[in-house]
Every structure is written in C-alpha cells, then in structure tokens.
Design a binder for this molecule. Structure first.
Ligand SMILES: [Zn+2]
Length: 255
C-alpha cells in the first residue's frame, strides 16, 4: 500500500492568505501545506480521503489518473469543497464516482452539490457520484479489502477515521472512545491530527496527539492537519519522539 500526503494543512492552509507570520513566509517547501487529504493506493485501488478546496492542484501534484472513490471524514469545507473537480475522472471513467460517508455528510453534500447528486435533467458538464453510506460500527469492502470506520469527535461534530489493513488515518479528532481505540490496535502506521501546541476546542494539540499515539502504539506515526502556529517543520520535527514524524505535502510512504 502506498499513501501519498496530498495536503497536511489546517482549514486555511499554509500560507494563510495575507499572513505576515514567519511560518507563512517560510521558503521551506515543507512549510507549504494544502488542505488535508491523502491518496491511498493498493492492489488496483486508488482512493482519496477527503476532497477539499485544493483537490484539483493535489491531483495534478500526485499524478493520479484513476479515482475509484472518495472516503469522506466529515462535511466541513476544508474536507469537501473540491468535489466539483472530480469532473475529469468522471468524464474519463464514464461512471459515477463512489463517495463514502456518514448519512449526515452525504445529505449535506447532496444539498451543497445538488447538481452532482441529482439523477435527472442533469447539466451535461456535471459529474455524478454514487453515494455509499458508512454505518458506524460496520466495516465495508473496497474490492476484497475491509475498511474499518473509526468513530471520533471533532468538538460536537462526528467524524470518521479509517483503518485499512495496517494503516489508519484519523483527522479532526478531539475525543475518541476506548472501544474505537481498540480498533486501531496493531496498526503499523497511524496518521493523526496535531493542530498546534496550544489547546483547541475541536482538534488535538501536539501533546494530545502524542499521548494518543502512545495509547495506540503504532510502529510509526505521522502528524497532519497542521496550523502555521505549530511552527517551522524542521524545528518541530527535531522535538518529536523518534517514531513520530510531521507529515508534509507530497510525502509518500509505503506500508
Ligand atoms: Zn479540518
């Protein structure tokens, strides 16, 4: 399995528009972060998790030529606003793109992108999706591979993380129950959000993310959904435990 970090930034991305913050003005490419998403490929599958406003640029950056589905974590704009840009995949593949999400998320998307979800009298240039509901507590199959949804909370908003084989991806987590943590036991690679050092009402801060990694005990962990307030990539990386890495845009890992 290959995981490609399409974006590792928090909702505004880094640099933030108009910001004079030193991290936003950094010349280090690792300090440039598009909105959070990953591209996961294994066997003949090509899946992205979330489809935020940077989706088009991300697909160009990673060279993705086939999209078998989008797993949605939740409905916030930084995770969904790029949905219209599935058009090239839809035109090329000729069939609706499977989109997986909580019923609430699919409903939300079908309101915001009604022209994509409707089946009749479609505008000829509109893409189509095949909505697939993710039910809490039930794994689902992509090909012959089970995907285990992990139920977490982002303040008051329910969010799904995903475990696929030895890989787990959790973003926008603030709280998670013990029984969900059990579903992560034995993962080799864990990706989890770490916004900044200061606490936040709906995101793990750095210490909370490190404590969580300690509970799960993966072989390797990567931090994502990063704010410019966390600091410069190189400086923060030096302070992390030896099996924990700050993810950065266009990082590829093999599991
Ligand atoms: Zn987010």
């Amino acid at each position: 399995m290959q995981v490609y970090f399409l974006g590792t930034g928090t909702s505004q991305g880094i640099p933030v528009i108009g910001s004079q913050h030193s991290v936003c003005k950094s010349n280090d490419t690792k300090d440039k972060r598009l909105r959070v998403a990953v591209w996961i490929t294994w066997e003949n599958h090509s899946i992205v998790v979330d489809c935020g406003p940077d989706f088009r640029q991300q697909m160009l950056n990673c060279g993705c030529t086939q999209l078998d589905g989008i797993l949605f974590t939740h409905e916030h704009a930084d995770h969904t606003a790029g949905l219209d840009d599935i058009r090239p995949f839809f035109f090329k593949q000729g069939s609706p793109i499977p989109v997986y999400g909580h019923q609430r998320v699919l409903q939300n998307l079908s309101k915001r992108f009604d022209y994509i979800f409707e089946n009749e009298n479609k505008y000829p240039g509109a893409p189509s999706v095949h909505p697939i509901e993710i039910i809490n507590g039930q794994s689902f199959m992509i090909g012959t591979t089970p995907v285990i949804p992990i139920n977490v909370h982002h303040g008051h908003v329910q969010v799904f993380g995903f475990r696929i084989q030895d890989f787990a991806y959790l973003t926008d987590v603030k709280t998670i129950q013990d029984e969900e943590i059990q579903k992560l036991k034995g993962v080799k690679v864990l990706v989890v959000n770490a916004l900044r050092e200061e606490s936040h009402h709906s995101h793990f801060n750095l210490q909370e993310a490190l404590d969580f990694i300690n509970l799960v005990q993966p072989e390797t962990a990567y931090l994502t959904h990063i704010s410019h307030l966390l600091g410069f990539h190189e400086e923060v990386q030096q302070r992390l435990p030896k099996n924990v890495y700050l993810a950065y845009d266009n990082l590829k890992i093999t599991i």
